[in-house]
Design a protein around this ligand. Sequence first.
Ligand code: SF4
Length: 327
Amino acid sequence: MTRRRRDGSEPLAASPLVERLDLALRRAGRSGIDLVQPHFAERALQAQPIARPLPRAAQSLPPSLSASAVEALRDCPYRFFATVLLGLREDSELEQALQKRDYGTWLHALLLRFHRARSVPRSAEEDIAKLRAAAREEQAASGLDEAELLPFVASFERLLPRYAQWLQRRDAEGWRFVDGEIERVAAWPELDGLVLRGRIDRIDEHGTLQQLIDYKTGAATELARKVRDPLEDTQLAFYAALLRDGDKRPLHACYLALDGADAPKELAHADVADSAEALVHGLAADLRELRAGAALPALGEGAACSYCSARGLCRRDHWPDGEEAVF
Ligand code: SF4
């Protein structure tokens, strides 16, 4: 048997199976496993660094783009190439346990159920009772059992009174729920036939003012970082672009953080209508270049690479150290 004893500078233990075999041999009065240091012939190889990929796909652009596709294009064109144009996906492992993402889906669905049935005015206590009822109904509809939801119950129970207070405050200010899970397609003329397509979590209104709300169960600090520089926040700008197609009413937009000690917490994207226009114009310029044959380089920059599903494909970890990007 051969085994690896180090991973870089990290010493590695033998497999527990090897250790059990060693113990078994000793118990049987034998000498245990002999460790032998192998001697291999050494050969010098010339390093063959892997270049950054630079695909072109002028003929393969899709007829429509989602928020995540536009985000991929803005973060790293190669990621857009791999996940949108080639349609590659990570193989999701079979997970028995309910994930945070599933909790988010359940929360979105129960809030939609609750708000579509909600009449005002009513008390915060009644709102809490109806939220609990909507949670039970949605649990039954989605086939989740109590045990699966247990890890998230404390978070949901903490949210209930705070969400009801938040709603009461919005009622008093004059906000009204319009609808949720709204499918929209927007055909901006600048995009030359390509359409934007997506689903908006929720729209509220106050007189002529509309507010676009995107529910989030992720960390509020990350959302705050996103909206701090509005031109860097693709998601709300994209949803605003879905709404601004033809509708020029005043528009606000925010993420609504539903998890954490201070949830629900609104994180507003300032001047979102301007961001929407900037996003569409930037996207139109990118698409023009791509249609003319521009490459889709792997940028390899910043946080975009940290959790990127295309990292194994672009070979980010095998480019020569310190190599500058040349496109
Ligand atoms: S790992 Fe980085 S460089 Fe590679 S595709 Fe993803 S974002 Fe782009």
